[in-house]
Ligand binder design. Structure first.
Ligand code: PEP
Length: 252
């Protein structure tokens, strides 16, 4: 049985001030000492520096929620891979369903962003997921396969093994409609099989695949107990220090 770390990442989305960031990260640092998981927080761009400085000397990693698909230049309002790294981010969420939906990010953009961060040693967390209609019409697996093969197109084996995939069914995000552990496990196993077919068994065995979508302290343990669920990406429940701490302190 391949041994993979379990990774828990909070995604704050467009929430929290600098003062709130400082006190949250300081509080989480206490729990992180007792946690069996790798822990990350994906914070707004303006909070990366504060969060990273507050997390210094702890095991908490700070990441961005997005990044530009260009290295530098006249792209007003964009923030480059080097800039997020310079501010203290060691990973970046890429292709979150809210970015795909509201900002029209497609697989080609996701692919450019993944290559851009990998080039400088920032870890991509590539988010994929099907909509309710796609699942109901039996297209979930073909959508996920397309997102994986196009999003990771052109990557070497070592790069694929080093990144994180976050399977986040769109119907489960912010909906209180968490996927059952059985559905999540089956879908993760499918995603791993797609990776195996294209990049080989060793890469598939090493790849961390997280689940995301309405995770809370009550349902997290059952998801984490599944063999192909290597961690969780958590939105709403990561805004509460108490809820997030309860999840990172679970024993699975
Ligand atoms: C997310 O947006 O990545 C997410 C998983 O959100 P929530 O936990 O609120 O469903």
């Amino acid at each position: 049985m391949p041994h993979r770390p379990k990774v828990i990442i909070g995604n704050w989305k467009m929430n929290k001030t600098i003062a709130e960031t400082k006190s949250f990260v300081a509080g989480l640092a206490l729990a992180a000492k007792e946690s069996a998981f790798q822990i990350g927080l994906a914070v707004p761009f303006t909070m990366i520096d504060t969060a990273a400085k507050t997390a210094e000397g702890t095991v908490i990693r700070i990441g961005a929620q997005n990044v530009a698909d260009r290295d530098e230049g006249p792209y007003t309002g964009e923030v480059s891979p080097k800039m997020i790294q310079d501010a203290g981010a060691s990973f970046a969420l890429i292709g979150h369903s809210e970015r795909r939906r509201y900002f029209r990010e497609d697989d080609a953009i996701v692919n450019r962003k993944i290559k851009g961060v990998l080039k400088i040693g920032v870890q991509p967390v590539c988010c994929i997921g099907e909509t309710q209609e796609e699942r109901q019409s039996g297209q979930a697996y073909s959508i996920l396969k397309r997102q994986l093969l196009h999003g990771l197109d052109g990557l070497e084996k070592e790069d694929v093994a080093s990144l994180i995939i976050a399977y986040e069914p769109v119907w489960a995000i912010g909906s209180h409609q968490v996927a059952t552990p059985e559905i999540a496990q089956e879908t993760h196993a499918f995603c791993r099989s797609v990776i195996k077919e294209k990049w080989g068994q060793q890469v598939a065995d090493r790849l961390v695949i997280q689940y995301g979508g309405s995770v809370n302290p009550m349902n997290a343990a059952a998801l984490l107990a599944e063999p192909d669920i290597d961690g969780l990406l958590i939105g709403n429940a990561s805004l509460s220090l108490e809820a997030f701490t309860n999840i990172v302190l679970l024993h699975v």
